[in-house]
Design a protein around this ligand. Structure first.
Ligand code: SF4
Ligand code: SF4
Length: 86
């Protein structure tokens, strides 16, 4: 499984989640070139170890376990994965 970042991150992008991820699988981080141009952050599904550490850190409740993504945001599972296929 993986965790997924959904729509509420858009426009917030405070990167609280980046700081707590033990495997650095949330990008783009503020230090990376893409950070300014991407609307939100994304979790790499191949690297995420499902630890759940990021979920409670998000101030806008944008992070969900893949099997708990609300119906209106299920498309974000693919959107997160697609960022890493570019
Ligand atoms: S669940 Fe854990 S490994 Fe996956 S993105 Fe969140 S903090 Fe990183
Ligand atoms: S903590 Fe939430 S709002 Fe902040 S960057 Fe991570 S997913 Fe986006």
């Amino acid at each position: 499984m993986t965790y997924v970042i959904a729509e509420p991150c858009i426009g917030v992008k405070d990167a609280s989640c980046v700081d707590v991820c033990p495997v650095d699988c949330i990008h783009p981080a503020p230090t990376e070139p893409d950070f300014e141009i991407m609307a939100q952050l994304y979790i790499d599904p191949d690297e995420c170890i499902d630890c759940g550490a990021c979920e409670p850190e998000c101030p806008v409740f944008a992070i969900f376990a893949e099997d708990a993504v609300p119906d209106q945001w299920v498309g974000y599972t693919q959107i997160n994965a697609d960022y890493y296929k570019r």
